[in-house]
Design a protein around this ligand. Structure first.
Ligand code: MLT
Ligand code: MN
Ligand code: ZN
Length: 300
């Protein structure tokens, strides 16, 4: 399985357009610290890729990744489709940027997420006049083929009932609002688990994480108090649906016990890990945990 990291930041990116916090100011001064919204491309065949989450940066992310460039046909794209972990704006606004798609686009997501983007964001009605969107239901359990009958399969590991704010009134209260994606390559026997939003470390998640050769986990906040301390929120990390890296509810000590490769992604601009010189990197390295880097390539 070949993976291309397209971005590693939480909503807003690094820097965020209206933010002058130390992290964003640092990223303006040091362009190598910039991070695009969290996303990942997965190769499903020769010159064919699926993208995990459609971020507001999708156009730039494709331009920055030669494997995703169009050709040889004038409007031929190697981007075959998208699979969503949730309906949050930082993971779905990019769908609207795909309106030029010549042959339409495929979007896989769980039922509440499909309903939120199709009806809540009105993307069905808005995009319909431009390009056909083929909405596909993302199952749990053993999952379904990502692209065609053979090859990589994808399944949803239900994680939480946290809805995007624009869908707060939705009647659906299930735990498929935010899921981890389990991608399995039958050719190599390798499995990836991608969970950029983790509200709770459930037994089902623990099992999926133990079974995976590589795990990407929610690294939004370093500790639970970070959003309060930075003054941009009145909620803790956990209260915002993001288990922090360390301290109360911290995921690092759990990740440290997993057998596969472990990386944090979806870093908020307040997270000290955004600064490559921060002390916190040493602590993670001692636990054998990485921070996902922009444009890194992983061969599983
Ligand atoms: C999140 O990751 O919790 C969301 O992106 C937050 C938001 O956009 O409101
Ligand atoms: Mn987010
Ligand atoms: Zn900031």
């Amino acid at each position: 399985m070949l993976l291309q990291v397209l971005g590693t930041a939480a909503g807003g990116g690094l820097p965020q357009w209206n933010c002058a916090c130390p992290g964003c100011t640092g990223a303006r001064a040091h362009p190598e610290r910039r991070r695009r919204h969290a996303s990942l491309a997965v190769r499903v065949g020769e010159g064919r890729w699926y993208v995990v989450n459609a971020t507001p940066d999708i156009g730039e992310q494709i331009e920055e990744t030669p494997e995703l460039h169009p050709g040889p046909g004038a409007r031929q794209t190697p981007v075959a489709g998208f699979v969503l972990t949730d309906a949050e704006l930082d993971h779905t606004l990019g769908i609207a940027r795909l309106r030029e798609a010549h042959d339409g686009i495929d979007v896989l997501a769980t039922p509440p997420v499909l309903d939120a983007v199709r009806e809540g964001l009105r993307l069905d009605a808005v995009l319909g006049p431009y390009t056909p969107v083929r909405w596909r239901e993302l199952p749990g359990g053993v999952g379904c083929p990502l692209d065609g009958a053979s090859g990589i399969s994808v399944s949803a590991v239900p994680l939480s009932d946290k809805k995007p704010r624009y869908a707060a009134n939705s009647a659906d209260g299930g735990s498929s609002w935010s899921v981890g994606l389990r991608l399995h390559d039958p050719g190599t026997g390798r499995t990836l688990l991608y969970a950029p939003a983790l509200a709770m470390w459930s037994d089902a998640f623990d099992e999926a994480a133990r079974d995976a050769d590589c795990v990407f986990v929610d690294g939004t906040f370093w500790d639970d108090e970070e959003p309060l301390r930075s003054g941009f929120s009145t909620r803790t990390a956990t209260g915002m649906g993001h288990l922090p890296v360390t301290g109360l509810g911290g995921t690092a000590h759990r990740l440290a016990r997993l057998p596969g490769r472990r990386l944090y992604t979806h870093l908020n601009n307040t997270n000290p890990l955004g600064n490559p010189h921060a002390e916190q990197h040493k602590q993670l390295a001692e636990w054998g945990i990485e921070v996902a880097a922009e444009r890194m390539v992983i061969e599983l």
